[in-house]
Write a protein that binds this ligand. Structure first.
Ligand SMILES: Nc1nc2c(ncn2[C@@H]2O[C@H](COP(=O)(O)OP(=O)(O)OP(=O)(O)O)[C@@H](O)[C@H]2O)c(=O)[nH]1
Ligand SMILES: [Mg+2]
Length: 437
């Protein structure tokens, strides 16, 4: 059973549960009933009123329903109370999405990310349940008790596991960064396909690259980023990636857990924001995607809106430019192929601008790239990246020459350790040079 609660004067509309129903379907659940109720505000104990809760209880028994999914987020207490009252499992939208991600995760990294998101979600609820107990305990005036001990234990175990997962993900992230650096040494224009779930990203990716990425009429069909090379009409070769879809109120723990994978998106030279042109809440979907992009730091990227599925809306393929003549929107159908030549030309146009800018940079030997691109690079790599060699050796002062291999952080911590008389302790001048570097 799907349950939605609308607050205030909004009229209850069963169609507001369409997306939740699609999510439930994706998770492999069969939806028997939809219930939408109106309330002035959520009830602290039950989320809905007790009269309504009893009505639902009767319906649950009558139709032998085993699971209730709420469209809104429930507190741990509301969830527990409802489960006890109804005798069936009760979850909310966030938990349903987490469940889908858990079913879908394929790669090692994807699995770690989903587990982390689940644990984060769980520990947030434990903390909430905990503060509730604390308030009770204050009234009774007794410290401790079995409930408290168990919670404390659970919380500690969760904390340990979360820490371990974070460390593993950080390691993977480092490897990813190294790979990205290697790519940057032989730079290729990178394109990321982003958009609301089910907008047709994978279908478009396949149509452009001939790859066999899974495309299905399901939410979150894609979880792992897939990357292919694509040669454009002008001969420029670009790297293009299909990514996980976004959704309204994407659980924050998921966005956080997936930041590492989404980071690739944040580094792309161009975003193709795919939009289902026929979706009823199309503009809302665009806004939601933009919100998540901002959250992962990818909102300042160069982007093109790709209105997909025009075979359904009956529009003709076309390219639209803004007042400055920059391509802003391309209308296509990934299924029929209409407008795809235009899209390729649009990517080509952006990639050409990028290539010309890059040529300008490599022609100008005095241009300096941002510092972090050189961190940990050998002199050889730094040269390849187009840096003036003199910055790293030879012409610098003896202090700065000696100081280079020391990272600023380690130099600072060793010089600040009290009573350190170690012979390698850097002299103030050298560490100042490090700090300056
Ligand atoms: N009519 C029509 N359907 C399309 C078009 N592009 C994609 N679809 C359909 O839309 C559904 C979703 O397509 P996907 O490519 O899996 O969408 P996605 O954005 O990758 O979705 P997720 O990975 O689940 O976030 C599939 O049933 C596709 O066949 C199109 O241009 N026209
Ligand atoms: Mg997909």
């Amino acid at each position: 059973m799907l349950v939605g609660v609308v607050f205030g004067a909004t009229r209850p509309d069963p169609e507001s549960l369409d997306e939740l129903a699609a999510l439930a379907d994706t998770a492999g659940l069969a939806v028997r009933e939809r219930v939408v109720v109106r309330r002035a505000r959520p009830d602290a104990a039950l989320f809905l009123g007790s009269g309504k809760a009893d009505e639902i209880a009767a319906l649950l028994a009558d139709r032998a329903i085993e699971l209730v999914v709420f469209d809104q987020e429930l507190s741990a207490i509301q969830q527990r109370n409802l489960q006890q009252r109804w005798g069936v499992a009760v979850i909310d939208r966030t938990e349903l999405i987490l469940e889908i991600f858990a079913q879908r995760a394929q790669s090692h990294e994807g699995k770690l990310q989903v587990e982390l998101a689940r644990l984060e979600h769980l520990s947030a609820r434990l903390v909430r349940g905990w503060s509730h107990l604390e308030r009770q305990r204050g009234g009774i005036g007794v410290r401790g008790g079995p409930g408290e001990k168990q919670l404390e234990l659970d919380r500690r175990m969760l904390g340990i596991r979360v820490k371990r997962l974070r460390a593993q993900l950080a390691q993977l992230r480092k490897q990813r960064k190294t790979r990205r650096r290697a790519r940057e040494r032989k730079p290729a224009f990178s394109v990321s396909i982003v958009g609301y779930t089910n907008a047709g990203k994978s279908t478009l990716f396949n149509a452009l690259t001939g790859a066999g990425a899974l495309a299905a009429d399901q939410l979150f069909a894609t979880l792992d980023t897939l990357t292919r090379r694509l040669r454009l009409p002008s001969g420029i070769e670009v790297v293009i990636s299909d990514t996980v879809g976004f959704i309204r109120a994407l659980p924050h723990s998921l966005v956080e857990a997936f930041t590492a994978t989404l980071e690739e998106t944040a580094h792309a030279d161009l975003l193709l924001h795919v939009v289902d042109a026929c979706a009823e809440d199309r503009d809302e979907q665009i806004a939601q995607v933009e919100r998540v992009l901002a959250e992962i730091g990818a909102d300042r990227q160069d982007s093109i809106l790709v209105y997909n599925k025009i075979d359904r809306s009956g529009q003709a393929p076309r390219i639209e430019r803004d007042a400055c003549g920059t391509i802003a929107r391309v209308l296509v159908s990934a299924v029929t192929g209409a407008g795809l030549d235009g899209l390729r030309a649009a990517i080509d146009e952006r990639a050409s601008v990028w290539r010309d800018a890059l040529r300008g940079v490599s022609a100008d030997a005095t241009v300096q790239a941002p510092d972090d691109r050189f961190a940990g690079m050998s002199g050889e790599a730094a040269r390849v990246a187009g840096s003036p060699e003199g910055d790293f050796s030879g012409s610098g002062s003896p202090e700065s020459g000696r100081a280079m291999p020391v990272s600023p952080a380690s130099a600072l911590s060793s010089s600040s350790s009290p009573g350190s008389d170690s012979p390698v302790s850097p002299d103030p001048q050298a560490s100042a040079a490090v700090r300056a570097a």
